[in-house]
Design a protein around this ligand. Structure first.
Ligand code: FAD
Ligand code: NAI
Length: 475
C-alpha cells in the first residue's frame, strides 16, 4: 500500500524543504524525501547548502577572518595577543556543529509544520491514478503517491575531464571544507564563487594559494568596476591569480598534485601544490531519480526542463532550484519552492528573477542585484551612474575597513534603479536595501531622499544614490 500525500517533494535542500513547509502551511499534506547522511549516518536534511555549501563555507570564512584579524589587524586597535595559535581541528569541529544545528533545525521545522520526512533516495516508479508513485529506498523502504511532485534534487560539482575527485588531493567543495591540516601550497582551478571563497579561507589560515582561471579576467558576471577593484584587493591580500589558462593535465602523486597548463600567452607551465580544489561550476543532479520511468524531460546539460513557473513537461510535476535553469543560489531555490507550493494551492506565486541578489563572501564582500553598466549599455539602454567609496564613510573608518564602494546604475531618463553593485564591508547585508528598492521600482532619488542612520555603512548606499544626481554630501 502506498502512502498518500497531496505533495511529495524529492530533495531536502533549500528548494525542497522550503517547498514542503510552504505546502504544509497552505493546508496540503506534504512529504519530503532526502537522502543526505552525516558522518554518523544520521539524516542531514538541508542539501548542499547546509551540508557542504553556504553554511559550512560561511562558518569557515568567519573563523578564518577572525584569525586574519587577530594576526594582522588587532594591533591597529592597540590589542596585543602574544603568540597566535590555530587549532584547525577545533575550527573544523565548530563548522560541523554549525551544520548540525541547521540539520536539526530543519527536522524540527518538519515536525512543527507536520511535513512527513522520509530519509532515503526517492525515485519515480510510474504515473498512476492521476498522480505519481514514488519509491523511497532507505532504512525502511516505502512507496508514496501524490498528484503533485516537486523535484528539488540539486546539483553536484563538475569534475575536470579525467580527474575524479578523491577528496584527498583533488578536492570538490566537500573536501575543501575539511582539509585536515593547512596545506603549504593550495591550487584552485576556477576563480568563480567557490574558488574565491575557499581560496580566501585557506590563504587566511596560511596556505599559499594559486588560482588558475580559463577566462581572461576575474568575475565576468560582476560590474567591471567591482571586478577591477576585487582583483586589486585580492592580489594585495596575496591570492595568486592567473587568467587565460588552459589546463592540459593533472597528475596526482602521494604527496601532491602537478597541474600542467598553458598560460595566457600560450607558454607551457606547471604548478606543484599539496592539494588542488577544482571549482569549475556545478551540474544538475538527477542520479537515482529515474526520470525515464515517467518521461520527465531533461536538457542536454542534464537539467530538468521547466517553464518560467517551474512546470515540467509532465502535468503535476514541478522542479526547482539547482536542478533547473537559472542561477545556482539557495535563495533562488527557496523562492521557486515557495512559488510552486503556492501555485499548487491555487495561489499566484511569483519569482522576480531580475531582483535575485548575488553575494560573494570574500573580504571585502561583493554583492550585486540587477544589471551591470556594461550589460545595460550593450543592450542600448541610456544609463547614469553614481559611486561612493567606503573611504569617505565614517562607520567604515571606525571599523577599519574602508575598501571598496557602492555603485548605482539608473535609467538616464526615468532614474529607475537598474542595478546596484557593492564591494566592501557587509555588502551581503547592504544589498538588501537595493533589492527592496528595485522590487518596488524605486528611483535613485527615492533612496537619496530616505533617512539613513548615522554612522552606518548604509549611508554609503544613500551617498551613491545622491551621486547619480552628482550631489554627494560627503565627498
Ligand atoms: P541542494 O541543496 O543540492 O539539495 C538537494 C538535496 O536533494 C540534497 O540533500 C540531495 O542529497 C537530495 N537528493 C538528490 N537526489 C535525491 C533523490 N533522488 N532522493 C532523495 N534525495 C535526493 N548559495 C547561496 O545562495 N549562498 C551561498 O553562500 C552559497 N554558498 C555555497 C558554497 C558552496 C561551497 C557551494 C557548493 C554552494 C553554495 N551555494 C550558495 C549554492 C547553494 O548551495 C545551492 O544553490 C543550493 O543548495 C541549491 O538548493 P537545492 O535545494 O536546489 O539543491
Ligand atoms: P562558478 O561558475 O562560479 O565559477 C567557475 C569558474 O571556473 C569560472 O570562472 C570558469 O570560467 C572557470 N572554469 C571553468 N572551467 C575551467 C577550466 N577547465 N579551467 C580553468 N577554469 C575553468 O562555479 P563554482 O565556483 O564552482 O561554484 C558553483 C556555483 O555554486 C556558483 O556558480 C554559485 O551559483 C554557487 N555558489 C554560490 C556562492 C555564493 O552565493 N556566495 C558560494 C559558492 C558557490
Amino acid at each position: 500500500m502506498s502512502k498518500q500525500f497531496d505533495v511529495v517533494v524529492i530533495g531536502g535542500g533549500p528548494g525542497g524543504y522550503i517547498a514542503a513547509i510552504r505546502a504544509a502551511q497552505l493546508g496540503l499534506s506534504a512529504a519530503c524525501i532526502d537522502e543526505w547522511k552525516n558522518a554518523a549516518g544520521d539524516p542531514a536534511p538541508g542539501g548542499t547548502c547546509t551540508n557542504v555549501g553556504c553554511i559550512p563555507s560561511k562558518a569557515l570564512l568567519q573563523s578564518s577572518e577572525n584569525y586574519d584579524q587577530a594576526a594582522h589587524h588587532f594591533a591597529d586597535h592597540g590589542i596585543g595577543i602574544g603568540e597566535l595559535s590555530l587549532d584547525l581541528k577545533k575550527l573544523i569541529a565548530r563548522k560541523d556543529a554549525v551544520v548540525k544545528q541547521n540539520n536539526d533545525g530543519i527536522l524540527y521545522l518538519f515536525k512543527k509544520n507536520k511535513v512527513a520526512f522520509f530519509h532515503g533516495r526517492g525515485s519515480f516508479v510510474k504515473a498512476v491514478d492521476g498522480g505519481y508513485e514514488i519509491a523511497v529506498a532507505g532504512a525502511a523502504d516505502e512507496t508514496l503517491h501524490a498528484r503533485q511532485v516537486i523535484v528539488a534534487t540539486g546539483s553536484s560539482p563538475r569534475q575536470l575531464p579525467g580527474v575524479p575527485f578523491d577528496e584527498e588531493r583533488i578536492l570538490s567543495n566537500d573536501g575543501a571544507l575539511r582539509i585536515a591540516g593547512v596545506p603549504k601550497t593550495l591550487g584552485v582551478i576556477g576563480s568563480g564563487v567557490i574558488g574565491l571563497e575557499m581560496g580566501s579561507v585557506w590563504r587566511r589560515l596560511g596556505a599559499e594559494v594559486t588560482i588558475l582561471e580559463a577566462l581572461p579576467g576575474l568575475l565576468g558576471a560582476a560590474d567591471e568596476a567591482v571586478a577591477r577593484e576585487a582583483l586589486k584587493l585580492f592580489t594585495k591580500q596575496g591570492l595568486k591569480l592567473q587568467f587565460g589558462v588552459n589546463i592540459t593535465g593533472v597528475k596526482v602523486a602521494k604527496k601532491g598534485v602537478t597541474v600542467a597548463y598553458t598560460d595566457a600567452k600560450g607558454a607551457a607551465a606547471t604548478l606543484e601544490v599539496e592539494r588542488l580544489i577544482v571549482s569549475i561550476g556545478r551540474v544538475p543532479h538527477t542520479t537515482g531519480l529515474n526520470p525515464e520511468a515517467v518521461g520527465l524531460k531533461l536538457d542536454e546539460r542534464g537539467a530538468i526542463v521547466v517553464d518560467d513557473e517551474c512546470r515540467t513537461n509532465l502535468a503535476g510535476v514541478w522542479a526547482v532550484g539547482d536542478v533547473v535553469r537559472g542561477p545556482m543560489l539557495a535563495h533562488k531555490a527557496e523562492e521557486e519552492g515557495v512559488a510552486v507550493a503556492e501555485r499548487i494551492a491555487g495561489q499566484h506565486g511569483h519569482v522576480d528573477f531580475n531582483t535575485v541578489p548575488w553575494v560573494i563572501y570574500t573580504s571585502p564582500e561583493i554583492a550585486w542585484v540587477g544589471q551591470t553598466e556594461a550589460q545595460l549599455k550593450a543592450a542600448g539602454r541610456a544609463v547614469k551612474t553614481g559611486q561612493f567609496p567606503f573611504m569617505a564613510n565614517g562607520r567604515a573608518r571606525a571599523l577599519g575597513d574602508t575598501s571598496g564602494f557602492v555603485k548605482f546604475v539608473a535609467d538616464a531618463q526615468t532614474d529607475e534603479i537598474l542595478g546596484v553593485h557593492i564591494i566592501g564591508p557587509f555588502a551581503s547585508e547592504l544589498i538588501a536595501e537595493a533589492v527592496v528598492a528595485m522590487s518596488f521600482k524605486a528611483s535613485a532619488e527615492d533612496i537619496a531622499r530616505i533617512c539613513h542612520a548615522h554612522p552606518s555603512l548604509s549611508e554609503a548606499t544613500k551617498e551613491a544614490a545622491l551621486a547619480v544626481d552628482k550631489r554627494t554630501l560627503n565627498l
